[in-house]
Design a protein around this ligand. Structure first.
Ligand SMILES: [Zn+2]
Ligand SMILES: [Zn+2]
Length: 155
């Protein structure tokens, strides 16, 4: 590759990466949208999919890019599962969005416990709208609320 072509690559964007400069020996110094910088093989740059940031510290950045904060709920606006919960990929596995963030703030949910949405909005990821409860309690709360709603409609 001619020197001129190498220069032209600087500043070019490939997915979440920006090429900063040629690093020598067919490697390029790149900066990810999360702020991470490193050298990458030119061949890898052409071959690999850099549409998403895969740096561990970049996961939070990606999380927030999928959230819209309203006055009450923080709503997940990317992929939703059938049950209405948000999901995304973190550390190479699929995770439930609201649980992932709650655990980032509060530590792991205890064994046998589930996170109940106090706001009744399954797409909400706001930690203070969630409460760890037992499965029985979660079911009971869900049932009680649907009974209340059903009665409300009947009146
Ligand atoms: Zn990154
Ligand atoms: Zn909420």
């Amino acid at each position: 590759m001619a020197r001129k072509d190498l220069k032209r690559m600087e500043g070019e964007r490939i997915g979440v990466l920006i090429i900063v400069r040629y690093a020598g020996e067919k490697r390029w110094w790149v900066r990810c949208d999360c702020g991470n910088e490193r050298a990458v093989d030119g061949a890898d740059l052409r071959r690999r999919d850099y549409s998403m940031c895969r740096h561990p510290e970049g996961v939070e950045l990606r999380f927030w890019s999928h959230v819209v904060k309203t006055e009450s709920c923080w709503v997940w606006v990317a992929g939703l599962k059938e049950d209405g919960y948000g999901s995304f990929r973190a550390n190479e596995k699929s995770v439930i969005a609201h649980r992932w963030y709650w655990e980032r703030i509060n530590g792991p949910v205890e064994d046998g416990m589930e996170l109940d949405h106090l706001c009744r909005n399954p797409a909400c990821v706001r930690p203070d709208h969630l409460e760890p409860v037992t499965h029985q309690e979660n079911v009971l709360r869900g049932n009680m609320r649907s009974v209340v709603i059903a009665r409300g409609f009947a009146v």
